[in-house]
Design a protein around this ligand. Structure first.
Ligand SMILES: [Zn+2]
Length: 417
């Protein structure tokens, strides 16, 4: 079988013909010259009309996916079109090229596929291209996906925030959390009111009105805009965020107590047991569980906070809004009576301040479990962590859309996977 046969099988460029390939042993590349078919006219890259050739530019190289890890390079002499429609001389449009990049659409799609499984650096190394080429490929695929996705029929969204750059900066991420489609919809800078207004503008009034459920954290800016702009929706404060706040409160108690014990010259009972107190008891086994048993016998503030936290978990088992409401009333009352737990009191106050919205979780029949937003949040964090080498905000966003956006991929004749 000839390489030409393989090329014609995987890629079809109607108005172009592959010529005989040659293997360049020194550079470990297969070079394939491509020429326009006889009598075919070049297409203007501005308007898409075909017209006569004005002149030829220098030969360019375009990378195709490698064969047996040997680079495959198309060699093509670009033409310029004397376009009557644009009344200008314009460079021609090629069916395989993605702008000025030296990568064909086929190779871009191939690299982008692997860049979801490997880091961008590993993808670059594995396929012997530069990191910038991988970045360009992913950018092209993501931009194509964003331009070609359908954002109608969104009825449930989750609003989440994520920190980056060592926690000093925030991004607001909006996910679609419908059963039929779960994906990252939109990314905005910071977590201000303005940020969510921008999301609403992006969606348009009609699509905003169609939204029935919004899940979010207890962040005031979000709550205000959601009440204002998604007036048709049930606003649910989701479990994942509430539990996050409670865990933080318990950990703050522990930190303060560690310091106090140390200052008083007492043994460090609470050192290295952060996770013991944050994990649910029913998921704790072996040595950590024995350690917990030991700690529970001590008269420590952290232990009290922990017991309250374990008790709070009961809330999520309720089916009835009335009983859930009663539980919150009683639980917060118990906390308020405790003198020694100001950290939890702060949490209890926050819960009381948002009780109605928390109860919406039960009104929505727990349809939007915390798992969805939590899962997205973890994946987004991982992407951000992996992306510390990204040189720009734009690439960070591209990486997030690439991993979480569930975007359509450009339809290329041959599927590599
Ligand atoms: Zn034109």
């Amino acid at each position: 079988m000839h390489i030409k046969t393989l090329l014609n099988y995987t890629t079809k460029f109607k108005s172009f013909v592959f010529q005989n390939p040659s293997l360049c042993r020194d550079s470990n590349r297969i070079l394939i010259p491509v020429v326009p078919r006889k009598n075919s006219k070049p297409i203007c890259s501005r308007c898409g009309c075909s017209d006569t050739v004005y002149d030829h530019l220098k030969q360019r190289e375009f990378l195709l996916p490698p064969i047996w890890n040997i680079a495959v390079v198309l060699l093509y002499t670009m033409r310029r079109v004397n376009c009557r429609h644009c009344s200008k001389v314009v460079v021609e449009q090629l069916p395989w090229a993605t702008g000025k990049s030296p990568v064909t659409k086929q190779f871009a799609a191939f690299l982008a596929f692997w860049a979801r499984k490997l880091s961008w650096t590993d993808t670059a190394k594995s396929f012997r291209v530069s990191w910038d080429i991988v970045a360009d490929a992913v950018t092209w695929v993501v931009e194509w996906g964003l331009a070609n996705r359908d954002i109608d029929n969104v009825t449930a969204i989750g609003v989440d925030e994520i920190q980056y750059h060592g926690g000093h900066n925030y991004l607001t991420l909006v996910y679609q959390i419908d059963k039929h489609c779960r994906r990252l919809l939109w990314i905005g800078k910071e977590r201000k009111k303005k940020t969510l207004y921008m999301f609403c503008d992006f969606m348009g009034t009609k699509r905003c009105e169609a939204i029935e459920f919004v899940c979010s954290d207890m962040w005031r800016a979000y709550i205000t805009v959601i009440a204002e702009r998604f007036s048709n929706a049930v606003h649910v404060l989701d479990r994942f965020h509430i539990v996050g706040h409670l865990n933080k409160a318990v950990d703050n108690v522990r930190r303060a107590e560690v310091k106090k014990l140390k200052d008083a010259g007492k043994p460090a009972y609470l050192k290295k047991c952060r996770w013991i107190f944050l994990k649910k008891k029913k998921r704790l086994w072996g040595k950590p569980r024995a350690r917990l048993r030991e700690l529970l016998n001590m008269n420590l503030r952290t232990v009290k906070a922990y017991l309250f936290k374990e008790d709070f978990d009961h809330l999520w088992t309720y089916k009835s809004v009335t009983w859930a409401n009663k539980f919150i009333d009683e639980w917060t009352k118990d906390i308020m009576r405790h003198r020694s737990l100001p950290e939890l009191k702060k949490f209890a106050k926050m819960i009381r301040g948002h009780q109605e919205l928390i109860l919406n979780y039960f009104r929505a029949k727990k349809e939007f479990s915390s798992g969805i937003v939590e899962g997205f949040n973890n994946k987004a964090k991982l992407t951000i962590r992996k992306s510390y080498g990204f040189r720009s905000d734009k690439l960070r966003e591209i990486a997030l859309y690439h991993t979480l956006g569930n975007l359509p991929v450009p339809g290329i004749t041959h599927r590599f996977v």
